[in-house]
Design a protein around this ligand. Structure first.
Ligand SMILES: [Ca+2]
Length: 224
C-alpha cells in the first residue's frame, strides 16, 4: 500500500489493484493493473475475502505466487468463470466452498423399511460459482441400487452440475433394502464431490442407524 509519494517517481503498478489513487496522475504507470473498490467482504471488520465481482479476482500474477492463499486454500482458482485459473490479487483466493449433507426418506429407517431414498445436498457457501461439479455416492451396505443418478456398478454418479455461490443443489437416489435389517444396524456410504475449480467435499462415512426414534413426552406434575 502506498499512502503518499512526495516526489515524482515512476511507480510500476503491474498486477495490482488501485483504489482511489489515480488522482495522482503522475505517479501511476504500468499495465495489467485493475482499479476500483476491491469489494472486500467486510474491510471494517478486517475480513478481506473478496466478494463475487471484485476486480481483484483473476487479476494477479503467477510470478512467485504461493500455491495456497492466507487460509491455506489452493490457488489459483478460476474465479470469473471463463475457464482460466488465475491468481487473485490479495491475501485470499475467491473460490467455491463446498460441503455435503445427506438425508433419508423415510426418516427414521426402520427394520420394516423396504426402500430408502437418499437425498444429497451440496452447499456452496463461497461467493463463486462451482462449475463442472461431480457428486459420487457409494451404495450403502445392506442395500442394492434402484434408481437415480448414473449407476456405474459401484457408485451413483452425477456430473456436469453447476452450483452458484451461496446456494445449493440436491440430488437423490433410491435403494432397495436387502433383508434382514434390524434395529441398531448401521447403513454406511461414502459421498464425495468435486468441482472444475479443484474444490472438493466429502463425507467419509455417512451413517444411518436403523431403528425407531425415541419420543420423550414431558411429565407434568399437577396438584389435584
Ligand atoms: Ca482466481
Amino acid at each position: 500500500m502506498v499512502n503518499e509519494i512526495s516526489t515524482t517517481v515512476t511507480l510500476a503498478a503491474e498486477y495490482n489493484l488501485i483504489d482511489g489513487s489515480q488522482e495522482y496522475a503522475y505517479v501511476i504507470t504500468g499495465a495489467n493493473y485493475v482499479a476500483g473498490d476491491p469489494l472486500f467482504v467486510n474491510a471494517a471488520g478486517a475480513n478481506f475475502h473478496l466478494q463475487a465481482g471484485s476486480p481483484a479476482i483473476d487479476a494477479g500474477s503467477a510470478v512467485d505466487a504461493p500455491n495456497n492463499d492466507y487460509e491455506g486454500n489452493p490457488r489459483p482458482v478460476d474465479g470469473d468463470g471463463i475457464g482460466l485459473a488465475i491468481h487473485d490479487i490479495g491475501a485470499y483466493e475467491a473460490a467455491p466452498k463446498l460441503s455435503l449433507s445427506s438425508t433419508t426418506t423415510p426418516d427414521p429407517v426402520e427394520a420394516t423399511t423396504k426402500v430408502i431414498t437418499y437425498t444429497i445436498t451440496l452447499q456452496n457457501s463461497g461467493g463463486i460459482t462451482a462449475t463442472g461439479v461431480a457428486i459420487t455416492s457409494a451404495i450403502p451396505n445392506s442395500t442394492t441400487y434402484s434408481s437415480g443418478g448414473f449407476f456405474d456398478g459401484a457408485n451413483v454418479v452425477w456430473t456436469g452440475l453447476t452450483v452458484a455461490g451461496n446456494s445449493s443443489t440436491s440430488v437423490s437416489f433410491r435403494v432397495s433394502v436387502t433383508p434382514p435389517i434390524t434395529n441398531g444396524d448401521k447403513l454406511i456410504n461414502a459421498i464425495s464431490a468435486s468441482s472444475a475449480e479443484g474444490i472438493t467435499a466429502s463425507i467419509s462415512a455417512n451413517t444411518v442407524t436403523v431403528g425407531v426414534q425415541s419420543v420423550y413426552l414431558p411429565i407434568v406434575l399437577r396438584n389435584s
